[in-house]
Design a protein around this ligand. Sequence first.
Ligand SMILES: NC(=O)C1=CN([C@@H]2O[C@H](COP(=O)(O)OP(=O)(O)OC[C@H]3O[C@@H](n4cnc5c(N)ncnc54)[C@H](O)[C@@H]3O)[C@@H](O)[C@H]2O)C=CC1
Ligand SMILES: CC(=O)C(C)=O
Length: 293
Amino acid sequence: MNNEKKYEAVNEQVEGYTQDGQPGIEKDMDPKPVIIADDYKGSGKLEGKVALITGGDSGIGRSVAVHFAKEGADIALLYLEEEEEDAQYVKMLAEKENVKCLLYSGNINDADFRKETVNDVVSTLGTINILVNNAGVQYPKKDFLDITEDNLRETFETNIISMILLTQEVFPHLEEGDSIINSTSVTAYKGSPIFIDYSSTKGAITSFTRSLAQNLAPQKIRVNAVAPGPIYTPLIPATFDAEHVDQHGEDTPMERRGQPAELGPSYVFLAAQDSSYMTGEVLHVNGGDFTAS
Ligand SMILES: NC(=O)C1=CN([C@@H]2O[C@H](COP(=O)(O)OP(=O)(O)OC[C@H]3O[C@@H](n4cnc5c(N)ncnc54)[C@H](O)[C@@H]3O)[C@@H](O)[C@H]2O)C=CC1
Ligand SMILES: CC(=O)C(C)=O
């Protein structure tokens, strides 16, 4: 079975599965997302590198973590406490690739936690070469007036404010050739009637990526982003009702949701020297929605 057929087969089994609020837990998902293609072969593209991946326990971040491990990077994952088992699973997969994997559970919105995490990664693994800013939350609301101030503040705090603050924490350790990759979203480009606040944070992430890329270009530190379309991750059953979960991705030109396995290679490309002449760019992995780019 070719990879796309395998993804379609998983998609067909989804059938409106939901979870009870964020954070979504990958170990409870049935069917499980596909993290990496069976025929993916690492070729040492990230050997000797150290990557810090936020939200690296599950979904897109898990796929990034496993691809980076396949490419020889030591990795550190930052995630919420409720996701410990998901993170332990990623650690087990990474260690099978003979790389180190450090785990940091806590809230990215806590300044001490950010600082302690970065200091510990650097003292244990020597440095940080790649920062993947991927943690995010979303609270879909049909009615504009239903967006609560608490949800609005949490969405901005988690998705963009802490992204910038964590990047400031990591920046002093980055050197020429190192790279930052941010997870934005197709909703930053298309807008979304149910994600007015969330899509605003994703628009901010795109602008942050472009602006920081210009600022850091003289130091030869590259800053790029990936804009996923609808991807089957714990975030989806944790935040959508069954009908929306079922339909997720049907409105793309490819008429299907994506699997995390279809995202990981883009992050490898942006982290590796293969993309050495790219900065401030966004890769759109969205099932063919090229008008949203
Ligand atoms: N699944 C999708 O269809 C799409 C996802 N994205 C983005 O991809 C990124 C990853 O999400 P997914 O893999 O889909 O879901 P996910 O639920 O697997 O990952 C989100 C991760 O964010 C982390 N997180 C959230 N709040 C946190 C906090 N306060 N402190 C520490 N960690 C926190 C959690 O570890 C969680 O695992 C997010 O930024 C999301 O907005 C973008 C477009 C589409
Ligand atoms: C959550 C999100 O960004 C989409 C495209 O579903």
